[in-house]
Design a protein around this ligand. Structure first.
Ligand SMILES: [Zn+2]
Length: 435
């Protein structure tokens, strides 16, 4: 039984676009959050001590939020982060594929997966939808490392049987066998879920896409993750490869890959028909602003997607993105919307990175909020760590102004500690080093 005292912030409903005082915002300054057996059981005002039997930690003056959910990120691309000078297709060839090749080695994959998940925790993300590599060992390593940390993970071996270098291709038969094996051993085990993982349309043959669709049909509890319509040269290539498809998204629709548990990264270059297809099938788009800006892929019109009824989550897309920090990602998201003439509130942004992503993944009973019954996946944040943010927050006139400034100025340096299922899994080194 643990009680943490801090300013509690979460959401009970989706905030409307542009509303700086939404009804679904739950702000409980100076409260105890009560945790029993790894789950949140309630909250109570700070002055009143929870009572005997509780292990208490007093973090008055800190912000306690649900852990962030990174809905699209690549564990094998930390070596390719911040690589100069290319757009998507050149970036894959020159930087990404070489960095993914090394994960064929189980020792590299094991160390890499552990380092990657620890890095997520050190940036405040307690759950993620992750691409490893084509190698079965990479998925194995990732599921194993997430299990050791008790983290909520959605992942699966990457499918790619063409247009990729030697050492990074599978074939339909082998890939199907490996997927079935991984699903039987990891899907629904602990906090792991399996995602049928198509890298993107160009690197899978129609036969492999059909196999992926058959896996999804055979078990509706599986997730599906892929990329769609990220970059204009990529879209043109898909058009050449699949002349019979109406659009890039239609390649996936025809293969049976679009459903309520599909997570599609990017979706920058979609038309109105595509958007309606996404709304009807209930798939979510993972908006990756840092990556879209860094690779020069385009500007994602978040409000238009929301108005059309499509679920939108937010993702770092490292190594296309340049930071695992969700605050930096949300700050980039704000700037992208500003270039489109829109303004993103802190509430829409923070909701999308917590409860919104959980809902889109059908995991809102488990993660994304401080609701009683949810797993205690939490982050304690400092409001300010330097002179600039301290000064700015001191003059904030209302709660939205304060949270917006915090979201825009904060990053992993503001993270005091990260808790997974009620256990501290990361703490800032300056305060204490974990064994
Ligand atoms: Zn990606």
């Amino acid at each position: 039984m643990i009680a943490l005292r801090a300013d509690l912030l979460d959401f009970t409903a989706a905030p409307a676009w542009g509303d700086t005082q939404p009804a679904g915002l739950r702000w409980r300054p100076d409260h105890w959050l009560l945790i029993e057996h790894g789950r949140i059981t309630g909250a109570q005002p700070g002055p009143q001590h929870p009572g005997p039997g509780w292990h208490t930690e007093d973090h008055r003056g800190r912000l306690l939020m649900p852990g962030f959910i990174d809905s699209h990120v690549h564990c094998a691309q930390l070596d390719a982060i911040a690589s100069y000078g290319t757009e998507l297709l050149g970036w894959l060839e020159r930087y990404t594929y070489p960095s993914e090749l090394s994960w064929a080695d189980p020792a590299v994959a094991a160390a890499g997966a552990q380092g990657f998940l620890d890095a997520l925790l050190a940036h405040g993300s307690t759950a993620a939808v992750v691409f490893p590599t084509v190698h079965m060992t990479s998925a194995e390593a990732l599921f194993g490392a997430a299990s050791e940390r008790g983290m909520r993970l959605v992942a699966g071996k990457v499918l790619m049987d063409r247009h990729a270098p030697d050492g990074l291709r599978d074939d339909v038969t082998q890939a199907e066998r490996e997927c079935i094996d991984l699903i039987s051993r990891w899907h629904g085990r602990g906090r792991n879920s399996y995602a049928v993982t198509v890298r993107f349309a160009p690197t899978s043959t129609p036969a492999q896409l059909a196999m992926a669709g058959a896996l999804c049909r055979a078990d509706p509890s599986l997730y599906l993750q892929t990329h769609v319509a990220e970059n204009r040269a990529e879209v043109a290539w898909v058009q050449q490869l699949f002349p019979q498809a109406r659009s890039y998204l239609d390649v996936y629709a025809r293969s049976g890959l679009l459903h309520r548990r599909s997570v599609l990264a990017h979706g920058l270059w979609l038309d109105d028909t595509d958007t309606a297809v996404l709304r009807d099938c209930g798939a979510q788009l993972a908006f990756c602003p840092g990556s879209n800006l860094f690779l020069g892929s385009g500007l994602f019109d978040w409000k238009a997607r929301l108005d059309a009824g499509v679920s939108v989550s937010v993702a770092s897309d490292v190594g296309g993105g340049t930071s695992l920090s969700m605050q930096r990602t949300l700050a980039d998201a704000y700037k992208v919307q500003a270039l489109l003439g829109q303004r993103l509130t802190a509430w829409v942004a923070l909701h999308a990175a917590t409860r919104g992503a959980a809902q889109a993944l059908q995991l809102e009973h488990e993660i994304g909020s401080l609701e009683a019954g949810c797993t205690a996946d939490l982050c304690l944040w400092d409001w300010a760590v330097g002179a600039v943010d301290a000064r700015r927050l001191a003059v904030a006139q209302d709660l939205h102004e304060k949270l917006f400034a915090w979201m825009t100025l904060a990053d992993e340096r503001h993270l005091h500690s990260t808790w997974v299922a009620g256990q501290m899994r990361h703490q800032r080194a300056a305060h204490r080093t974990l064994p």
